[in-house]
Design a protein around this ligand. Structure first.
Ligand code: NAD
Ligand code: ZN
Length: 337
């Protein structure tokens, strides 16, 4: 299946296909120097398959984990591109999760003011979410994604088979972002999570298509694209307060979404889905600590936060909420009936 993201001169294809990894030329022009960027945890098998199809390529690895989305790794990778004597006609391929895509994408956006960037996402999270839409960034200290760019890839290649080596916890973590898409925009996608056996290819392709529709209308997040932040305000706060060693990003988003699902029946359905994905329950948090994180995360002095809430499956609402109201919601808790 091929989906085209229509952004005029920045349009690009997303190929979703089992074994797509074995014919990357369908999407990538490999007849030039290619820097293959990946972390040091993703299995070599996947890297080797890609490298074997790029005759003039080098692999640059960085340590796995969010901490590598930093200025030091950014600098290191740029230095590797210079040493490899890459020109403006050459390209970067990211193969890995969202950390790799965000970091390598920002290197591609910056090197010689921008060279071609291809993304081969290998986690569910990066397949359904971060590989589409062109947001690339690094963190600065505790400020996530504070330095970056909107830089669309030239192509995205998704091979669901690479998920065979991904841990179940990471798979479920990524599925939360797909469920998020369903809750905001498409009840049928929510229903896909209620089946005994999950149809991963359907879930991945439908989530991507929904993201495509949003990004095409609002490439630079000036309005509509905000809805993708559903669950992220409190989710990010839990992530900062407890750290990624305790809960993964998607797990935090799952917790964050619960606070803003207004329909009681829907909340029960969602809780059942969480159970089937073995997602952690919301911990006994300290409201002050989470509020501090929320204010810090805003990176601005605005008095309100745009909050996405769900009225019914597939129907969202954008509300400007004061910090006081968010505090009330945190005090009431996520499981309030
Ligand atoms: N750009 C965007 O629009 C956007 C959207 C959502 C999230 N993000 C970013 O994405 C990042 C999180 O992405 P993530 O959850 O993919 O984390 P990640 O990139 O750290 O990957 C998670 C782990 O899985 C390993 N891994 C990846 N593919 C594997 C495979 N096929 N088999 C075995 N192991 C594999 C990685 O080595 C890593 O240890 C965050 O930095 C977040 O800010 C960006
Ligand atoms: Zn997210």
């Amino acid at each position: 299946m091929k989906i085209i993201v229509d952004l005029k001169e920045r349009s690009y294809p997303i190929l979703i296909e089992r074994k797509a990894l074995y014919h990357i030329q369908d999407v990538i022009d490999t007849n030039r120097k290619i820097a293959i960027i990946c972390d040091d945890f993703i299995p070599d098998t996947w890297i080797e398959i890609v490298k074997s199809q790029c005759p003039n390529s080098m692999v640059f690895k960085f340590p796995q984990g969010e901490n590598s989305k930093c200025i030091q790794q950014f600098q290191y990778l740029l230095e590797q591109c210079i040493q490899f004597q890459m020109t403006r006609k050459d390209a970067i391929i990211a193969i890995g999760g969202g950390v790799t895509g965000d970091l390598a994408g920002f290197v591609a956006a910056s090197y010689m003011r921008g060279i071609d960037f291809y993304n081969i996402p290998t986690t569910i999270l990066s397949q359904v979410d971060s590989s589409v839409g062109g947001k690339v960034a690094i963190d600065m200290g505790s400020y996530k994604n504070i330095v970056g760019a909107f830089y669309q890839p030239k192509g995205v290649l998704i091979d669901p088979d690479v998920l065979s080596t991904l841990s179940i916890r990471q798979q479920h973590n990524g599925l939360v972002e797909a469920l998020k898409m369903g809750l905001i925009l498409d009840e049928k996608l929510v229903e896909a999570f209620e089946q005994d056996v999950l149809d991963l290819e359907y879930i991945i392709s439908r989530s991507i298509d929904l993201k495509r529709i949003i990004v095409e209308q609002d490439e630079k997040e000036s309005h509509l694209r905000k809805i993708l932040n559903f669950g992220h305000t409190i989710g990010h706060a839990i992530e900062s307060a407890y750290g990624l060693d305790t809960y993964y990003h998607g797990e935090c988003v799952a917790m964050g979404m619960l606070f803003f699902i207004k329909d009681k029946d829907l909340k029960q359905r969602v809780l059942k889905i969480y159970e089937s994905l073995s997602l952690p329950v919301v911990p006994d948090y300290d409201v002050d600590v989470l509020m501090n994180c929320i204010v810090h995360d805003k990176k601005s002095s605005e008095k309100t936060v745009s909050i996405i809430s769900i009225e019914k499956a597939g129907q969202y609402k954008i509300e400007e909420m004061s910090y006081n109201l968010i505090r009330d919601i945190l005090e009431r808790g996520p499981y309030e009936k």
